[in-house]
Design a protein around this ligand. Structure first.
Ligand code: VAL
Length: 389
């Protein structure tokens, strides 16, 4: 008996010391846009999630059990997101879903997961109301409420003479409709005048009508709520038609994958962000070098948020094991999903985004935000977000 105890103890310590994961991997669903224009964001999300999977499994996964990410492409629309969610829930039996990319997709697909009692962690949904879709829905992407006014303040520091502003928003996208509301309020709070509002579509490629209207209104600043492809094209056309004033972009401008779309015309665009690769915290200092090693570039906001989502799920899985005294593999899928959701919400996490807190609603509180200015390199395709002081 004593020999057995000694043997078991030494096996336990050997495992803890080398943290070698054992057992069947725990399936975690990743439902993001890997095709269509939304892939400009989705590609960055896949990269961030893969770095998380590698780093987590190298450290022993969930108390010795590895995780396995199951990727399902949502495409760019609601139907694609619903289909991906259904596959992950019923066929792949994932413990949780990280996704979808767009808030517009979240409003359609999340109710399905909520109904099936499968936890959803939103990695990039920033429209108002996403976390409130249901008990099983949370997000680690901060809504723009705090971030957008900051971007405007920094823009005014660059040009304090701004008076007249044009507002642009993609009317067929829930996040952009939500974000423009915040921007418009912040513009008024700054004592500025909204000279005109132009509506676009995320499917538009030609913005002649809107650009002509903006040039005619003689504004000093254009504040845009669009996604990456439409937003990038519109910035390009604004500059090519001769607009010289400030441009502030919202959360949809946060992707370096937008740089080749708008080329050198994107230089100077001011963007608010929930992440900076330069953030000096232990989590980010561990994440950035591994990401750079794998992808030969700095992680962008959407990568860091996807990484954070996986980390949140894994920490919550550990919490489930701690609270239940059972291994995740021994638990019934439905029981596990419910316990996991309870562990995800009402918790705080150290992440590359800094410390984040998820409340009982699954809504995030985040402390640190950034505002940057895009600078495109001479090749017209690559560039950087340069932090504004
Ligand atoms: N944050 C946006 C949304 O919620 C996009 C840019 C991912 O839809």
């Amino acid at each position: 008996m004593r020999i057995f105890v000694v043997l078991a103890a030494s096996l336990f310590f050997a495992q803890a010391a080398f943290a070698e994961p054992v057992g069947s991997p725990i399936p975690v669903g990743i439902a993001v846009g890997q095709t269509t224009n939304v892939a400009l964001f989705g590609e960055e999300q896949v990269n961030g999630a893969k770095v998380a999977e590698k780093m987590i499994n190298e450290k022993g996964g969930v108390n010795g059990t590895p995780i396995k990410l199951v990727f399902q492409d949502t495409g760019g629309d609601e139907a694609g997101a619903i289909n991906a969610f259904q596959n992950l829930i019923s066929r792949d039996k994932v413990v949780a879903i990280i996704g979808p990319t767009l808030s517009q997709q979240a409003f359609a697909a999340n109710p399905i997961a909520n109904q099936a009692k499968v936890p959803v962690v939103g990695p990039s949904n920033t429209a108002k109301g996403v976390a409130q879709i249901g008990e099983y829905v949370s997000r680690i992407s901060a809504p723009m409420t705090l971030v957008a006014p900051n971007a405007l303040k920094r823009a005014l520091a660059i040009n304090p003479n701004v008076k007249n502003v044009a507002v642009v928003y993609a009317q067929d996208d829930a996040f952009n409709v939500s974000e423009t509301g915040i921007f418009q309020e912040a513009i008024k709070d700054q004592g500025l005048n909204i000279a005109l509002i132009q509506k676009t579509s995320v499917k538009d490629t030609d913005f002649t009508t809107q650009v002509t209207a903006i040039l005619g209104a003689n504004v000093d600043m254009v504040v845009m709520s669009c996604l990456a492809a439409d937003g990038g094209n519109m910035v390009k056309q604004l500059r090519q038609f001769g607009y010289e004033g400030l441009i502030v972009g919202g959360n949809g401008f946060n992707s370096p994958n937008m740089y080749p779309v708008c080329g050198k015309e994107c230089t100077g665009v001011i963007v608010a962000q929930a992440y900076s690769p330069k953030a000096d915290n232990a989590e980010n200092n561990a994440f950035v070098p591994v990401f750079k090693e794998m992808f030969k570039k700095d992680p962008a906001q959407f990568s860091a948020q996807a990484y954070t989502s996986v980390k949140v799920v894994v920490e919550a899985l550990s919490e489930v094991e701690k609270n239940s005294g059972k291994k995740v593999a021994e638990m019934d899928t439905a029981e596990l999903r419910t316990a996991l959701n309870a562990a995800i919400i009402s918790s705080s996490y150290d992440t590359p985004l800094g410390e984040i807190v998820l409340d009982a609603d699954g809504e995030i509180t985040q402390k640190t935000f950034y505002v940057s200015q895009i600078k495109i390199a001479d090749d017209g395709k690559t560039g950087a977000m340069e932090l504004l002081p």
